[in-house]
Design a protein. Structure first.
Length: 311
């Protein structure tokens, strides 16, 4: 009798634990926590440094950190694929509108309105991004995204009810300007990321933003001379973590997700900021903060569901 050799099928390869979707979700989580911590740091430094000087030191530190990372990881070829002229122009626009303009407008706005009102006004941005992505990027208008954004925004509104402070129309205008600049920057970035990697895009945009703010260098030097060590360290923290790392992880996630769906996750930022203020600054959240935070989380969960798109 001839021997019959039976070939067994090769065992199926075990899928990696960190899939692309999980990496993107992790990047989103890092971004949310770091951007939320920025509100706590700005609250601490805002009385020491003016709006533009604070933005300048933040972007300068981020630019230095990202330059070191790019050189260390890529050697002489810091840009593997040189961006086209169109991509460079869009990166420059993003650096001016988002990293420089948004940061200055937000810093200035928070000097005129309380944090709750600022959070409510600035968090109009994710809704603007969702509609802009539907109109200009072909992402459509998923029903779950629109419904979830509305719920999350109402949660931010509830959080603002528990805040104190006078309403200043200049502060309102500055925060709304920050929301518009945030939205424009995110939409431009989504287009750029189709041809440029996230690290390169964030690095070059930070360099552009720093260059735009260089005229405020004398004022920054003057204010740093009178600043405490804690304020200086908080400014460095803003540059290293919420900016250098936070914007890079945001770009990583944005390259792999719809702009509208990703932007909806930033509704969680005020909730995380309230919790960090509670833990780090002993600022006990109000009942409005807790309830509003829960509503915002529910809205983000709704926005993450898959649903039909309305064109």
């Amino acid at each position: 009798m001839d021997d019959v050799t039976q070939t067994l099928p090769a065992p199926a390869a075990t899928p990696p634990f960190l899939t692309e979707s999980r990496k993107a979700a992790l990047a989103v989580a890092v971004t949310v926590v770091l951007w939320a911590s920025a509100f706590v740091a700005i609250r601490d430094v805002g009385h020491t440094l003016s709006a533009a000087p604070l933005a300048l030191i933040r972007l300068a530190v981020a630019s230095a950190a990202l330059t070191a990372i790019v050189v260390a990881t890529r050697g002489r070829r810091v840009v593997p694929v040189p961006p086209s002229r169109r991509s460079l122009a869009l990166i420059a626009a993003c650096g001016v509108l988002w990293l420089a303009g948004y940061t200055v407008a937000l810093n200035a706005g928070e000097q005129h309105v309380d944090a709750g009102t600022a959070a409510l006004l600035v968090n109009v941005a994710p809704l603007l991004i969702a509609f802009g992505a539907g109109l200009f990027l072909g992402e459509g208008f998923p029903r779950a995204l629109i419904a979830g954004s509305a719920v999350a925004l109402s949660g931010v509104a509830v959080i603002s009810l528990g805040s104190s402070g006078d309403r200043d129309w200049l502060g309102v205008a500055l925060c709304l300007l920050a929301a518009v600049l945030f939205s424009a920057g995110a939409l431009i970035q989504k287009v750029v990321l189709r041809a440029v990697d996230g690290l390169t895009m964030t690095w070059l945009a930070c360099l552009v933003g720093t260059a735009v703010l260089l005229p405020w260098t004398p004022q920054l030097v003057s204010e740093l001379a009178d600043a405490s060590a804690g304020a200086i360290l908080a400014s460095v923290y803003l540059g290293l973590f919420p900016t250098a790392i936070g914007f890079t992880t945001w770009a990583y996630a944005l390259k792999r997700m719809d702009a509208g769906r990703l932007s909806a996750t930033t509704y969680v930022v005020p909730t995380v900021s309230v919790l960090l203020s509670w833990a780090l600054l002993s600022e006990v959240p109000t009942a409005f903060g807790l309830v509003g935070g829960a509503i915002s989380l529910a809205g983000v969960a709704i926005s993450r569901r898959r649903s039909g798109r309305v064109r």
